[in-house]
Write a protein that binds this ligand. Structure first.
Ligand code: FAD
Length: 637
């Protein structure tokens, strides 16, 4: 954490200096008439977007929520490793690690062949494979996550706070207007119930859940298989003689159904998903009148010979949801050539069964993708065409998630001997789970080649950092103070690009690159950084050397890597790294970096790898950035 760049300030370092206010927040405050971005809904998708935009007080952001306050319990609870990596960029991954349950092992239970009425453990799998991520897979109350995002928003320069008790009722886009073309009608759901208010926005993002009004307003429809499958979910405090209650468990009984056990934060609480009866095609789950007692009874039948003695049902729900997807995540009809003004994210445009534990994760990843793009457009760093890439990139991922979930279901329900996984001695349950680990960790996301993710021309220079996938962190040591750390943790949710320059055996190409990046008029650092900003305000360059820290001389390092910044021109000492010398691993080895030639890895603000280039590929680097960012020095695009 870097502090005091513009002068010493005591107190909580997470609370940033407030920017001049443009409006009051609170239940009695007047709503603004015009905003840059209006976000509908304070679920994970909406809050993840608001927390990013809140860092930019020059962007007028408003987030409305039809409920009166944050939720207190229930809903989703699984956070995969990829989302934890993203939380690191928001600054609260350590809080989550401290408070949450870590999923280390997943256990599998099936009917005991010698007594099929009883279940028996058939295997265990390490839940997060070694070095797939530096982060754990965790389980935590969704409401707590909301609060962490709310804190980030409130502590940001804009002090952004949700406007509760306002529901988005209608969204109209004037395609001919360029200034605040979206008219949003809000309905008061609080003390003045039913009163309406109109707010005009440049962009609207519907993060308003599966019944999204924003989606309906832009003509979006969720297609796919309706649920017809009800799941009972309960968070309980209970005693049990079931030995694996503090491990994630998938339990299949002979004839009573299936259960998923998810231990939760704090050591005592756990969640049970109980698969209930299949519903008839035209039947809604509400007609079945399920109660928490039904769930407890079903759980005891499925887990025989073990039993669960429930002391408190903290939260329970019947959760009926299918795999559904809209055709597009923005308001531009297929074939029309214009930039989008309205977007949907999260459950508003794709829903999933809780089995794979992805719903909340994918929702946040949607808006992590959209957030930096909105920042780029609204702060004039990039043309509004950039916003077209949101739907293009995220729709493909949502579709892939749904297809993978279907494939999993197909494997599980195939008759014995008819699945490709039946040839091994290991039950197909366990094999399919292992095969899917990268996917359930959120690590299989790969954006296809586009203006934002280059073709893999030079991929061989960094075989473990695949273009289109997230930058895979590894241990390093910071040269200036010999601190052991994760390289990926230098990335913050601040809409900046990063270039990680890995030095080859000969260090000269890296030194030459740094000199060019700092001074040459054709360098992207020069071209895309306004004159009144620090040199790393748009593109943050870091260097990594193959030597250990005592073999390098800090005093000889290029000035770009020791820049003077802020109002005092203080020197930044945190841009140069070397390999870990204390046994955690060699980043060059771990990530397949070419030791002879070195390379540059260009990483997008959402932590995905945009390009891998030789250290000498200056024209390629300039051309890549020129296709995304404006040339702010010459005034061109
Ligand atoms: P949501 O979390 O649904 O947030 C949408 C927000 O928008 C809500 O706060 C809502 O009040 C607000 N809103 C709705 N309409 C409007 C409007 N017109 N104007 C303004 N605000 C509006 N996932 C699991 O994996 N496991 C579970 O057990 C599980 N249980 C769930 C139980 C329930 C009752 C629900 C609703 C969802 C559950 N989910 C579960 C799904 C999971 O919570 C979602 O995938 C995740 O929260 C999606 O995040 P989101 O931000 O897209 O939408």
């Amino acid at each position: 954490m870097q502090l005091y760049l513009n002068g010493f300030r005591g107190g909580d370092p997470d609370i940033k200096v407030a920017a001049p206010t443009w409006r009051e927040f609170g239940s009695n405050a007047a709503l603004p008439e015009k905003v840059d971005v209006l976000i509908a809904g304070t679920g994970p998708a909406g809050l993840c977007l608001a927390a990013q935009l809140a860092q930019f007080p020059e962007i007028k952001t408003m987030i409305v929520e039809s409920s009166p306050r944050n939720i207190e319990k229930g809903k989703a609870d699984g956070i995969n490793t990829r989302t934890m990596e993203m939380f690191q960029a928001f600054g609260f991954a350590e809080d989550v690690k401290r408070e949450s349950y870590w999923v280390n092992q997943t256990a599998f239970w099936m009917p005991d062949a010698s007594n099929p009425a009883h279940i028996k453990r058939i295997g265990r799998v390490q839940d997060v494979s070694d070095d797939s991520s530096e982060m754990p897979h965790i389980l935590i109350n969704q409401a707590r996550l909301h609060q962490l995002f709310l804190d980030v928003m409130h502590n940001a320069p804009s002090r952004l706070t949700p406007d509760y008790n306002w529901s988005v009722e209608a969204v109209d886009v004037d395609p001919d207007a360029s200034d605040h073309p979206v008219t949003v009608t809000l309905k008061d759901t609080g003390v003045n119930w039913g009163e309406t208010k109109v707010v005009r926005a440049n962009y609207v993002v519907g993060c308003d859940g599966a019944r999204s009004n924003v989606r309906k307003a832009i003509g979006g429809e969720l297609h796919g298989d309706a649920a017809h499958q009800a799941w009972g979910v309960m968070d309980i405090l209970a005693n049990t003689d079931f030995p694996d209650v503090r491990q994630k468990c998938l339990i299949a009984s002979q004839s009573e159904g299936n259960i998923l056990i998810l231990p939760r934060e704090g050591g005592y609480l756990f969640r049970m998903y109980v698969e209930l009866d299949k519903l008839n095609p035209d039947e809604r789950v509400s007609t079945r009148n399920f109660t928490a007692d039904h769930l407890i009874e079903a759980a005891n039948r499925i887990m025989s010979p073990y039993s669960v003695d429930v002391k408190e049902v903290v939260w329970w729900s019947i959760y009926e949801i299918g795999h559904r997807l809209t055709d597009s995540f923005d308001d531009v009809p297929a074939g029309e050539d214009r930039n989008p003004r309205v977007f949907t994210a999260g459950d508003a445009c794709h829903t999933h069964s809780p089995k794979a534990g992805q719903g909340m994760n994918v929702s946040m990843q949607d808006t992590f993708n959209l957030g930096w793009k909105l920042v780029h457009v609204l702060t004039n760093r990039a043309d509004a065409r950039l916003l077209r890439s949101y739907s293009a990139e995220r729709w493909v991922e949502a579709k892939r998630l749904i297809d993978t979930d279907h494939e999993w279901a197909r494997i599980m329900s195939a008759p014995a001997g008819q699945s490709k996984l039946d040839s091994s001695n290991e039950p197909r349950f366990v094999q399919a789970f292992k095969e899917n680990l990268e996917f359930t960790g959120g690590l299989a996301v790969k954006y296809e080649p586009s203006a934002l993710t280059a073709l893999p021309t030079y991929q061989a220079l960094a075989t473990g950092q695949e273009i289109g996938r997230r930058f895979h962190s590894a241990p390093v040591v910071r040269l200036a103070d010999a601190k052991q750390m994760q390289l990926g943790h230098v990335a913050e949710a601040d809409a900046r690009w990063r270039i990680y320059a890995f030095a080859g055996q000969d260090q000269k190409p890296l030194f030459d690159l740094a000199e060019w990046l700092e001074n040459d008029p054709s360098s992207p650092v020069v071209k895309h950084t306004p004159r009144d900003k620090d040199c790393d305000a748009m593109i943050d360059v870091r260097a990594i050397f193959q030597q250990t820290f005592e073999q390098l001389s800090y005093e000889n390092m290029p000035t770009l890597l020791k820049p003077h910044k802020g109002k005092f021109g203080l020197q930044d000492h945190e841009k140069i790294f070397c390999v870990d010398h204390k046994g955690l691993g060699d980043i060059f080895e771990m990530r397949g970096i070419d030791r002879t030639a070195g390379c540059m890895i260009v990483v997008r603000p959402d932590q995905y790898i945009a390009n891998v280039l030789p250290l000498t590929a200056r024209e390629d680097l300039s051309a890549f950035f020129a296709s995304v960012l404006r040339d702010v020095r010459s005034g061109g695009v």
